[in-house]
Design a binder for this molecule. Structure first.
Ligand code: AMP
Length: 542
């Protein structure tokens, strides 16, 4: 027997419709590339998103085709979030911090049809435009007054012209199948190229609902939310969707992510909740403490992307009275998996024990299940001691990479590459990482790319790139090199060899020369052994 309730597909457009009808006067405030602060309401957002959807259709964008963005957090980017996904096409957010070659590779792999970008990224996009045969239209996210006088990209379109193009904002969001693809975000490949994670309307709406719960990000219509986490990183942890769903005021920082600019915006707009990686908060806290400031409205901060240092948590909580919500997730998880909010009996514990729990990555949000397994795939106990690879499954967990050939799943579970313990209360704690990657300031660095370049240097016999701990960036790449016999190779020459070949910030911080790199039985470099030996190398130098 079937239930007799309405069948309404879970669609991203419904979040926007809700915001317009029930929170229409709520504000969306954006610091712009143009330098000023722009403000409008959810009503305006909805109207302009409909116009944009019409304009994209007029450009000939077909259902399922990808519309790429290279943009900061701001209202135009938000309009693209809703217009593109809402109309059945796929929003593909590109990370502008990558090297131009990688940006081009990803846009090509995704087969983007339209590419919309902020003026900041005009030089980047112009440098790769001729290499993107699938892109039919390039759109500069600006008004007429800010369009370049020359035409750096042939046929470059003006975003505000597109919005003005349709005579009115009458547009009915299509009733899509809820499993329709909605957005696409590439993540670092641990082997080879980046991999695309293709979200659906259903997975996104379910993630939006669950991530807003009190024991998750705890969002409400009384909040003013500022996502520092970029909209090109896993949909800014879903905040552009969840803010609309709950009717929170949204504040976007645009390109100004330094401590002063952020703090000014927090205070001017009454921000109650902000979200970002630890590195961003370091800059903010340095500015606030260095200038004797406080947070007059900020109540909670969501910290994730890499582990929140206990000292940072203590400073936020004890000095500034800001609750830290420590969260763990992945691009493959839309991204939220666990959140470190205490249970009732844990709040009775002495403060140091509470903090120790909060420093863990947290417990599952409904919708994501997890387990830890040993090397044979056997599930390990939840005793806070046994550590093993963390596997997850759930409504918003990836089943297959975009155009991936093999399923990454193991018996229906997604292996995260993180190594963790889980305690009796279900608090997960990441203790190590099985995947061979480096995460610096919340951004991945491809160790394999770095090794391949180093190996091309005539003085290098063998090279391994490992994650070394760093006081500011959490991790930085360290290159371990076995020089060729009789070859002259210096640290400076090797580091200079990376110039132009990768993004500048991917260049290793230092080189360590060794006689040999330990190898396993199959000839693979045993990088964990190198990490044990050298992971404190940069701290020692700092
Ligand atoms: P990304 O796909 O870029 O979001 O990166 C996901 C990875 O970042 C995870 O698999 C972890 O290795 C790491 N990560 C994310 N959040 C945390 C956290 N709170 N603590 C430690 N590592 C984290």
């Amino acid at each position: 027997m079937l239930g007799q309730m309405m069948q309404q597909p879970l669609l991203i457009s419904s979040l926007l419709q809700h915001a317009e009808r029930h929170h229409g006067a709520q504000a969306v405030v954006s610091r712009r590339v143009e330098g000023d602060v722009h403000r409008y309401t959810y009503r305006d957002l909805a109207s302009r998103s409909r116009r944009l959807a019409k304009a994209l259709a007029a450009l000939g964008v077909q259902p399922g085709e990808r519309v790429g963005t290279v943009a900061w957090n701001g209202y135009r980017h938000l309009e693209l979030y809703y217009a593109v996904s809402g109309s059945g096409t796929v929003l593909h957010t590109l990370n502008p911090r990558l090297h131009a070659d990688q940006v081009a590779w990803i846009a090509e792999h995704a087969q983007d049809r339209v590419l919309c970008f902020d003026k900041t990224f005009l030089p980047l996009v112009a440098s790769v435009a001729s290499r993107l045969p699938t892109v039919r239209h390039f759109v500069l996210m600006a008004d007429k007054a800010h369009m370049p006088a020359d035409e750096p990209i042939p046929g470059l379109l003006c975003y505000e012209d597109l919005i003005d193009g349709p005579g009115d904002d009458h547009f009915d969001w299509p009733r899509l199948d809820e499993d329709t693809a909605s957005s696409l975000c590439y993540t670092s490949g641990t082997t080879g190229h980046p991999k695309g994670v293709l979200y659906s309307h259903r997975s996104t709406v379910l993630h939006t609902l669950a991530s807003s719960l009190p024991d998750a990000l705890n969002l409400s219509a009384r909040d003013t939310v500022l996502p520092v986490v970029p909209m090109f990183h896993v949909n800014a942890w879903g905040l552009p969707y969840s803010a609309c769903m709950v009717g929170a005021k949204l504040v976007f920082p645009g390109p100004a992510l330094d401590g002063k600019s952020l703090h000014d915006l927090f205070e001017a707009e009454g921000v109650t909740l902000a979200a970002g990686v630890p590195t961003v908060w370091q800059g903010l806290l340095a500015h606030v403490s260095g200038n004797g400031l406080t947070f007059s409205t900020m109540r909670r901060t969501i910290i994730g992307g890499s582990a929140c240092p206990p000292a940072m948590m203590n400073t936020f909580e004890d000095t500034y009275g800001v609750q830290v919500i420590h969260a763990w997730g992945m691009t493959e998880l839309s991204p939220i998996g666990t959140v470190g909010v205490l249970k009732a009996h844990q709040q009775q514990l002495p403060l140091p024990e509470q903090r120790a729990l909060q420093a863990k990555q947290g417990r599952s949000v409904f919708g994501v299940d997890m387990k830890i397994v040993d090397e044979d795939g056997q599930e390990l106990p939840w005793d806070g001691q046994a550590s093993g690879e963390l596997l997850v499954r759930g409504h918003w967990v990836l089943a297959q990479y975009h155009q991936g050939e093999q399923s990454p799943l193991v018996d229906g579970w997604f292996p995260t590459g993180d190594v963790a313990t889980i305690d009796a209360d279900g608090f997960m704690n990441i203790t190590d990482r099985a995947k061979d990657v480096i995460k610096s300031g919340g951004e991945w660095i491809g160790s394999i790319d770095i090794e391949n370049i180093a190996m091309a240097h005539p003085g290098v016999a063998m090279a391994a790139c490992i994650a070394a701990k760093h006081p500011k960036w959490d991790e930085r790449p360290l290159l371990v090199v076995v020089p060729r016999a009789n070859a002259e190779v210096s640290r400076e020459a090797l580091l200079g060899f990376f110039d132009g070949k990768i993004a500048k910030w991917w260049t290793p911080d230092d080189v360590v020369f060794v006689d040999a790199i330990p190898l396993g039985a199959t000839g693979k470099m045993l990088k964990h052994r190198l990490r044990e030996q050298f992971e404190h190398h940069l701290l020692a130098k700092a």
